[in-house]
Design a protein around this ligand. Structure first.
Ligand code: ADP
Ligand code: ADP
Ligand code: MG
Ligand code: MG
Length: 611
């Protein structure tokens, strides 16, 4: 018989004892028998659950009007693997990624599963308490706990101050609040190895060397912090979501630079990453963190990069014998073109468009888009993608050219690139209800496929102004998708989302567009998602910040070839999952595909598989 233990988590922000009838406490069957399992904390600000007494019946979970309580039953053998718990009724982490000297370890997993927590522990910023949150656990205990594993020596050295750690944190936008100065000053200060100028050149920071960091863009800040981290003289290099805000070229460049400067025998390098193509390109090994977001996370064994990502997509980890998702994620392998099932009916068309914004000018080639299509927008930062989306949304008037709909009038649902709390007023429930009341009906498709999958059902009674950046992004996407419209415009929906959330958005958008014969335009830097979501792509080229030129919507193969040829990278397909994989530069496949001009689409022949 498997013995189960209870893991109960109370979200202190959601729990509001002063505003409810405390039915969680009144209806608890153990409380009624005077074996207190749940009670009010002495601060009276939230409830506490005693996991030793709790039987996990779930009555309190159902009674709570704010969905503040989660209780899961886990096999008690896992208790031996607890590495950290933030506190009573707080998030619990089982296991830890095992860094391997000389290899780059990639980490993939849902948001809220403990990736950042793991990095902070490995950085020595957070001392693991092995689950004893009431006690100050000694380092010697931690070292002993990991005996017989690579982590034993790791923590021995870390606690003795023998490890130097360089850590690129997740939320780069917070940095200018704490650090002042120019890009150059910051880079020179971090530069232990005398390579700052060289890296700045390679990653593209030279042009903004003298600029103050409080005025640079998110992407520039990201590149600056990556460069500074690499130029530190350390033994451990940690990168938490380095792709955020970067375009495709910058992502590949970032991955190349991390490989070039850090992949050596003596270093530990760990990267948390949601862009599958980047994670694949960058990592030697991949660890999956799975579990219930916000409640518990379990760290898998390290797998080879290819297998780790494939197992993650398939939703089953063989070494753990663990199903982490009920359904596999499949990338459709279209061969050469996506199949056209229905007769194409034009939705909108436009003539040649020209638009000037300050010093910047944009030209868009005349084109059209059909009902039932998703059009991807692909190109570097600062090239005019958002400008074009805003023209479509009617926010900007072009100097030249016009857009005409079939019935001239079309309704639009638009998710802008940058979402701020100011866009919304009221609770999550109210905002979603205004977008489409049906989406809040728990039996509706929109509820199960959008609201639940983006985990907004837990936030319904929160005020939009209290949401985090990622939560706000999800609210903005959901309220855009659930609205009735002819045209959906999504400007960089992937920012802050994990792989499953990105794929959820992609899947829902495809379904809406197909069923309602709507049309969508999506700005997206994640090539795997672009591949998954788009029927056609508009390629933006030119000189960022100066001028941009966009093609009309082109078939995937043509547009991807155009875009990737410019970048000098080729993709092959994984035969099991169909996901695109970056070829190693100069490898047989890379040379072959370049020679025949097929940068993206190549029929899968297993004998051509690398590795
Ligand atoms: P990820 O990086 O995978 O998105 P995190 O490691 O940041 O996840 O967080 C995992 C969980 O731990 C989240 O539910 C988060 O709210 C919780 N958490 C993070 N920091 C703390 C803290 N200092 N106290 C309590 N809970 C925390
Ligand atoms: P992308 O979405 O491709 O990153 P954008 O369309 O947002 O690019 O911007 C293209 C260029 O136009 C950038 O250099 C940006 O600084 C400039 N730009 C955008 N809006 C304005 C404006 N209102 N006034 C002046 N320049 C602008
Ligand atoms: Mg994180
Ligand atoms: Mg933009």
């Amino acid at each position: 018989m498997i013995i189960m233990v209870r893991v109960a988590v109370v979200d202190k922000d959601l729990c509001k004892p002063s505003k409810c009838n405390l039915e969680c406490i009144r209806f608890c069957p153990l409380n009624r028998r005077r074996k207190i399992a749940i009670e009010l904390h002495e601060s009276r600000k939230y409830v506490v659950i005693h996991e030793e007494t709790c039987i996990g019946c779930g009555i309190c979970v159902k009674k709570c009007p704010y969905k503040a309580i989660t209780i899961v039953n886990l096999p008690d053998e896992w208790e031996r693997k607890v590495v950290h718990r933030y506190g009573k009724n707080a998030f619990k982490l089982y296991g830890l990624p095992t860094p391997v000297k000389g290899k780059i370890l990639g980490i993939i997993g849902k948001n809220g599963s403990g990736k950042t927590t793991s990095l902070r522990i490995l950085a020595g910023e957070l001392k693991p308490n092995l689950g004893n949150y009431e006690k100050d656990v000694e380092w010697s205990e931690v070292v002993k706990y990991f005996r017989g594993t690579e982590l034993q020596n790791y923590f021995k050295d870390l606690s003795a101050g023998k490890m130097r750690v360089a850590h690129k944190i997740q939320y780069v936008e917070l940095v200018p609040r704490f650090i002042k100065g120019t890009v150059g000053e910051l880079l020179l200060k971090a530069d232990d190895k005398g390579i700052a100028k060289e890296i700045a050149e390679e990653i593209g920071l030279t042009k903004i060397w003298d600029r103050k960091i409080n005025v640079i863009s998110g992407g520039e800040l990201q590149k600056l912090l990556i460069a500074a981290t690499i130029s530190k003289d350390a033994n451990v290099y940690l990168f938490d979501e380095p792709s955020s805000y970067l375009d495709v070229r910058e992502r590949i460049r970032m991955a190349k630079i991390i490989r070039k400067y850090l992949a050596s025998k003596n270093n530990y390098v760990i990267v948390v990453e949601h862009d599958l193509a980047v994670l694949d390109y960058l990592s030697d090994l991949v660890t999956v963190i799975y579990g219930e977001p916000g409640v518990y996370g379990i760290v898998s064994k390290p797998y080879s990069t290819k297998n780790g990502i494939n197992y993650f997509l398939e939703g089953y980890l063989p070494a753990e014998n663990m199903r982490i998702r009920s359904e596999p994620i499949k990338f459709h392998v279209y061969g050469h073109e996506k199949q056209v099932t229905k007769k194409q009916e034009e939705a909108i068309k436009w003539t040649n468009i020209e638009k000037k914004l300050g010093e910047f000018s944009l030209k868009v080639e005349a084109g059209k888009a059909n009902k039932g299509e998703v059009i991807g927008l692909l190109g570097p930062n600062g090239i005019g993608k958002t400008t074009f989306v805003r023209i479509l949304a009617g926010e900007l008037k072009p100097e030249k050219g016009e857009i005409s709909g079939r019935n001239t009038k079309y309704t639009i649902s638009y998710k802008p690139q940058y979402v701020s709390p100011k866009m919304f007023d009221g609770t999550v429930r109210k905002i979603l209800k205004e977008a489409n009341p049906d989406a809040l009906n728990p039996t509706s498709w929109l509820y199960s496929e959008v609201i639940r999958k983006l985990r907004l059902n837990k936030l319904l009674d929160q005020n939009a102004s209290d949401l985090s950046g990622g939560e706000l992004q999800k609210l903005a996407i959901a309220s855009c998708l659930i609205k009735q419209a002819d045209i959906y415009l999504l400007d960089e929906p992937s920012a802050y989302l994990d792989v499953e959330e990105r794929l959820t958005v992609a899947k829902v958008l495809r379904k809406i567009v197909e069923e309602k014969e709507a049309l969508a335009f999506v700005v997206e830097h994640d090539v795997s998602i672009q591949d998954y979501i788009s029927d056609k792509i508009m390629v933006f080229k030119g000189e960022p910040g100066v001028h941009g030129e966009a093609t009309k919507p082109l078939p995937l193969r043509t547009s991807m070839n155009m875009f990737l040829k410019d970048l000098g990278i080729t993709f092959r397909r994984d035969p099991q999952t169909g996901r695109p994989r970056v070829n190693k530069e100069g490898s047989y496949l890379d040379r072959y595909q370049k020679s025949i001009g097929e940068y993206y689409y190549i029929p899968i022949k297993p004998e051509l598989e690398e590795e």
